[in-house]
Ligand binder design. Structure first.
Ligand code: HPA
Ligand code: MG
Length: 182
């Protein structure tokens, strides 16, 4: 037996957003983002680990030559029911964001606790602007006031994996997004 907690086996993966649907949506978001920032200094910040595939596709679809890329990783602590309410950086950005436009790129926004933490930390550093892009916005699960400025898809229910999203670190590599049935 490994030291990891036993995992409820996955019974089925049901396709939700295909690789083709995602590619189309990423190009649409990139066009909106390009139209907004043009060539103004922009720091695109990937939220690890889940954001890494969306981020890599999105930034390659942008045309801003004054864009810098950086990465954060967040950890949340506490009891299961309140798990995402105490959030810390396990890795912060290395670039100074003061005076620059900042675009956070996340896989999914659910309760909003970790994004509320990240946005308040970043806001204190006085960026020129601060916006959030997420592949998936589970808006109905929001517990705090966090707005997704660029949402790939909206979803009301289901636990999804693929395109960066995991179930206990599995399935991040799938090219499309699937709903997990346990
Ligand atoms: N999938 C993966 N991670 C998540 C989800 C989901 O549906 N919701 C919040 N974190
Ligand atoms: Mg996850």
């Amino acid at each position: 037996m490994s030291e990891e907690a036993a995992l409820t086996p996955v019974k089925a993966l049901k396709p939700v957003f295909s690789q083709e649907m995602i590619a189309v949506r990423v190009r649409e978001l990139a066009a909106e983002i390009d139209a907004l920032y043009g060539q103004e200094p922009l720091v695109a910040v990937c939220v690890l680990k889940g954001g890494f595939i969306f981020f890599s596709d999105l930034v390659r679809a942008l045309h801003n030559e004054n864009m810098e890329l950086d990465f954060v990783r967040l950890s949340s602590y506490g009891k299961k029911a309140t798990s995402s309410k105490h959030v810390i950086f396990s890795k912060d950005v290395e670039i100074d964001i003061a005076g620059k436009h900042v675009l956070i790129v996340e896989d999914i926004v659910d309760s909003g606790h970790s994004m509320q933490f990240l946005m308040s930390q970043f806001a204190a550093r006085r960026p020129r602007s601060l916006r959030l892009a997420a592949l998936v916005d589970k808006g109905e699960r929001r517990e705090v006031d966090v707005k997704v400025d660029f949402a790939g898809f909206k979803l009301t229910e289901g636990f999804i994996v693929g395109y960066g999203l995991d179930y206990a670190e599995r399935y991040r590599m799938l090219p499309g997004v699937f709903e997990v049935t346990l």
